[in-house]
Design a protein around this ligand. Structure first.
Ligand code: ZN
Length: 170
């Protein structure tokens, strides 16, 4: 059984006026949308992994405040909004597994393989994929449905996931 992960496709990252806009990330929205629609039509669970910070989160030492829980910036971009039956997992660190129910949710559903989309390739995507691989989930990273802070970071992270973490880049 497979699940689709949609990581941090939130207004603050993806919209040009967002608090921590990742330049160019809006270009992957159509590819992520196709992945979501295909998963829903095939009965594959769609799991949104979403930053949801406290206003004074420790992470804001490294980054400008972003995706504060309950604010507009923390919402999934409207084109990709979750529907009934999708799962939304809130996180406060780069990894979707850290202090969340993600592992339990995946095990309860009998999921063995994660198909990964979202941002940023070298941060939340990379650390979530790393934690998934440490737990022996198979991982497929959809190359045209992830994007990084820079093209260089994006390409480095894809290589790291492929060669070190043994994720499949598809
Ligand atoms: Zn964050």
């Amino acid at each position: 059984m497979k699940a689709l992960l949609v990581i941090d496709m939130l207004r603050d990252f993806v919209e040009p006026d967002g608090a921590l806009y990742i330049k160019g990330s809006e270009k992957i929205v159509p590819a992520v949308k196709r992945e979501i629609e295909r998963a829903r039509s095939e009965g594959i669970p769609v799991i949104y992994i979403c930053d949801a910070h406290a206003p004074d989160d420790e992470e804001f030492r490294a980054w400008p405040p972003h995706c504060v829980r309950g604010t507009r910036g923390a919402e999934v971009v409207p084109e990709l909004a979750p529907v009934e039956g999708d799962v939304v997992v809130e996180k406060t660190r780069y990894s979707g597994f850290f202090r969340t129910d993600l592992e339990r949710i995946l095990k309860d559903k009998g999921i063995k393989t994660l198909r990964v989309t979202g941002v940023a390739t070298s941060i939340c995507v990379l650390y979530t994929v790393a934690d998934a691989r440490m737990r022996d989930f198979e991982v497929e990273v959809v190359k045209n449905a992830v994007w990084g802070l820079t093209e260089e970071d994006h390409n480095w992270a894809l290589r790291q996931m492929e060669h070190v973490l043994l994720a499949r880049i598809v």
